[in-house]
Design a protein around this ligand. Structure first.
Ligand SMILES: [Zn+2]
Length: 159
């Protein structure tokens, strides 16, 4: 299960709508809980570096990735220290949108996997409106994505 603050999920949807009809993308910082759930502590919008290649591609800004890795290392959030003492805080996934597509991973997505452990959050945007978001992890064999489920954290569980 991927757990996000409601405001972070809304920011992902807002970014997906603002970028329409192009793909929006960004990174998710967080940590893995003892029970295997993955909690997002922050979302960060990225410029889509692949916009010139068409509306079915995304590429996250490598500069953003580096700055977030630094941020994660320097500041483990209180939410993580409470839920997972000694856990490791870092980039746990990314999000992108599917303009006029479904919230399912595409064949292009499967071909683009570069780090098997990252969560893929996908938001479908139809006629400019974000309609659905789903979360996926690559299967152990790397041949397909598994839907891991998505839920919102309680609204008061904020930094
Ligand atoms: Zn995709």
């Amino acid at each position: 299960m991927l757990l996000l603050k409601p405001e972070d999920l809304k920011r992902v949807a807002d970014h997906a709508e603002a970028a329409y009809p192009q793909e929006a993308c960004g990174l998710l910082l967080g940590f893995r809980r003892a029970n295997g759930d993955i909690e997002v502590t922050r979302m960060a919008e990225s410029e889509n570096k692949a916009v010139a290649d068409g509306n079915d591609r995304f590429e996250i800004d490598p500069e953003l990735r580096l700055s977030l890795m630094r941020e994660a290392r320097d500041a483990a959030p209180a939410a993580m220290r409470a839920a997972m003492p000694g856990g490791s805080h870092g980039i746990i996934g990314h999000y992108h949108s599917h303009p006029n597509g479904s919230a399912r991973p595409s064949a292009t997505d499967l071909a683009m996997v570069w780090e098997p452990g990252l969560v893929w959050l996908i938001t479908a945007v139809v006629d400019g409106q974000a309609v659905q978001s789903t979360a996926h992890l690559l299967s152990p064999g790397g041949t397909r994505f598994n839907d891991i489920g998505l839920d919102c954290l309680p609204a008061d569980n904020t930094e």
